[in-house]
Design a protein around this ligand. Structure first.
Ligand code: NDP
Length: 458
C-alpha cells in the first residue's frame, strides 16, 4: 500500500463532464476485504433461513425506496436514458426480492438406499467474487450477488472502473437494511488488480464474470489453475430472423430497440438482422422509417430512447467498424457537441464473411442480410462464434419451434424481443459463456451438493 489513495474520475458520457471521483482499491486492500468476507461468512451462513430471507426482503425494500436516486446516478455515470435506468434499478430490486425466497427453498433430496437414509444438502461455497461490466451496472451486479447471498455466501464485488457509483450505493443500502457488515462489499478498482486478485486468491471460492470473451477466457484459465468454479456471461452477435410470413410492420418497428437499446451496448443486442429475400426491400423501407424516428439525445429527457456510448474509446472502437461507406444503408440522428454520441447505423454487407457480421461491435450498428429459405436462415444464424440470444419472426408456429430448436443460442424469443427475465435462466452457447444465471436454479450454482448416508442398522 502506498498510503496515497488513487482516485479515478467519473465522467458523464453525455456531457464529458467529471461528475465525481472514486478511490481505486489496491491489491493489499483487496486481500483485507477478502479476509473480512471470509470472517463474515461464518456468521451469515449460520443465520436461519427465515431470518436471511427477511433481511433480503428488507434489502429489496431499501433499493425500492432509493429507486429514483439510483436511476439518476446511472443516468449521470453511464449515460443511460432515464427510462432505462429506472427499469435497471427496479430490476435489481426485483432480483433481490425474487431470491429472498430462496433461503427457505434450498431443498435437498432424500434418496432411497438400503440400511439407512441418504440425504443431500446444498452448502454455501464461501466468498464469491463478482466482476461486473459497465453496460448494465445494477442488473448484472444483482444477478450475481442476490442468489449468492441467498444461498448463504458472502460477496466481494468489483464494478467496472467506468461505472462504480450505483454498486457503491447498493452496498450502502444493504448495510442500512440490516445485512451484516462485510457480507456484501463493493471494491472499485482496476480489473487487472481487483478482478485478477479475486481469481488468484485461494479464499475466493467462485468467480462470476460478465464482460468480453477475451477477458473471460483469461479468467477461466486462471480459475482452471485453481480448480475454481466460474460462471461466464460473455459477448454476443445475436440474429433477428425475419420470415416473409411474419407481421413485417411489427418486426421492422421493433428491430431498432432490439439492437439500439442502451446504444447497442448490450450482450443480447440483435445486431444481425436476417430477412427472407422476397420481403427484404420492403423490410428495409420500414426499418429506415423506424430508425429515423428513434429519439437519440439527452438521457435525462423522458422521451429519449437512446443515449451516448460509455466512453471516447468505445466510440472510436465502434466507429472503426463503419469505415466503408459503400455498405452503409442508412443512419439515424445523434447530437453533435460534447458527449460520446454515435448515430444508429444500418449496414448492408455484401459478403457473409464481413467482420461486421461476426465481431461484437457493442454500439448502435446493425448489419442486415437476406436469406433464401429456412435452412439458409438457420445456417447464417449459426455461422457465429457466439450464441447468446436471438429472435424469430414468423406466423408459422411449427417453423417457429423448428427454428428455435435449431439455432445454437441460450435465449430466443418468437415474435418479440424479450429482454432477460430474472425468473428464467439466462446464459450463452459457444463463446457467449459458461453456465446459467437467473431463474429458479441460480442459488444452487452457489452451493456444493453434499451427500450424507446415515446407517439405521442396529
Ligand atoms: P472487459 O471484459 O475488459 O471488462 C469487464 C469487467 O472485467 C470489468 O469490471 C473489468 O475491469 C474487468 N476486468 C478486466 N480485465 C480483467 C482481468 N484481467 N481480470 C479480472 N477482471 C478484469 O470489457 P471492456 O470494458 O474492456 O469492454 C470491451 C468489449 O467487451 C466491449 O466492447 C464488448 O464487446 C465486450 N463487453 C461485453 C459485455 C457483455 O455484457 N457481454 C460487457 C462489457 C463488455 P475494468 O473496469 O477495470 O476494465
Amino acid at each position: 500500500m502506498t498510503g496515497v489513495p488513487v482516485l479515478h474520475e467519473i465522467v458523464n458520457p453525455a456531457t464529458e463532464q467529471v461528475v465525481g471521483t472514486v478511490e481505486l482499491t489496491e491489491a493489499a486492500e483487496v486481500d483485507a476485504a477478502i479476509a473480512r468476507s471470509k470472517k463474515a461468512f461464518a456468521g451469515w451462513r449460520a443465520i436461519s433461513p427465515g431470518d436471511r430471507a427477511r433481511l433480503l426482503r428488507r434489502f429489496a425494500d431499501a433499493v425500492d425506496a432509493d429507486l429514483e436516486n439510483l436511476a439518476q446516478l446511472e443516468v449521470s455515470n453511464s449515460g443511460h436514458t432515464i427510462g432505462n435506468a429506472r427499469w435497471e434499478a427496479g430490476n435489481a430490486r426485483d432480483v433481490i426480492a425474487y431470491y429472498s425466497a430462496a433461503p427457505e427453498r434450498l431443498i435437498g433430496q432424500q434418496i432411497p438406499v438400503a440400511d439407512g437414509i441418504d440425504l443431500t444438502f446444498h452448502e454455501p461455497l464461501g466468498v464469491i467474487g463478482v466482476i461486473v461490466p459497465w453496460n448494465f451496472p445494477m442488473p448484472i451486479a444483482s444477478w450475481g450477488f442476490a442468489p449468492a447471498l441467498a444461498a448463504g455466501n458472502t460477496v466481494v464485488l468489483k464494478p467496472a472502473e467506468l461505472t462504480p457509483q450505483t454498486a457503491l450505493r447498493i452496498a450502502e443500502l444493504a448495510l442500512a437494511a440490516g445485512i451484516p457488515v462485510d457480507v456484501l462489499q463493493v471494491l472499485p478498482g482496476k480489473g487487472s488488480v481487483v478482478g485478477q486478485r479475486f481469481v488468484e486468491h485461494p479464499d475466493v471460492a467462485k468467480i462470476v464474470f460478465t464482460g468480453s470473451t477475451e477477458v473471460g477466457r483469461q479468467i477461466m484459465a486462471g480459475c482452471a489453475a485453481r480448480i475454481k468454479p466460474v460462471t461466464l456471461e460473455l459477448g454476443g452477435k445475436s440474429a433477428n430472423v425475419v420470415f416473409a410470413d411474419s407481421d413485417l410492420e411489427l418486426a421492422a418497428a421493433s428491430a431498432p430497440s432490439a439492437v439500439f437499446d442502451n446504444a447497442g451496448q448490450d450482450c443480447c443486442a440483435r445486431s444481425r438482422i436476417l430477412v427472407e429475400r422476397g420481403v427484404y426491400d420492403r423490410f428495409m423501407q420500414l426499418l429506415e422509417t423506424a430508425v429515423q424516428q428513434l429519439v437519440v439525445g439527452d438521457p435525462r429527457d423522458e422521451k429519449a430512447e437512446m443515449g451516448p456510448l460509455i466512453s471516447g474509446a468505445q466510440r472510436d472502437r465502434v466507429a472503426s467498424y463503419v469505415t466503408d461507406e459503400r455498405i452503409v444503408a442508412f443512419r439515424g440522428s445523434a447530437p453533435s457537441g460534447p458527449g460520446f454520441w454515435f448515430p444508429p447505423t444500418v449496414l448492408a454487407p455484401t459478403e457473409l464473411t464481413d467482420r461486421v457480421l461476426h465481431e461484437e461491435i457493442f454500439g448502435p450498428v446493425v448489419a442486415v442480410v437476406p436469406f433464401e429459405d429456412e435452412a439458409d436462415a438457420v445456417r447464417i444464424a449459426n455461422d457465429s462464434a457466439f450464441g447468446l440470444s436471438g429472435s424469430i419472426w414468423t406466423r408459422d408456429l411449427a417453423r417457429a419451434i423448428r427454428v428455435s430448436r435449431a439455432i445454437e443460442s441460450g435465449n430466443l424469443s418468437v415474435n418479440s424481443h424479450s429482454s432477460v427475465r430474472y425468473w428464467t435462466p439466462f446464459g450463452g452457447y459457444k463463446s457467449s459463456g459458461l453456465g446459467r444465471e437467473l431463474g429458479p436454479d441460480a442459488p444452487f450454482a452457489f452451493t456444493e451438493t453434499k451427500n450424507v448416508f446415515i446407517s439405521t442398522k442396529g
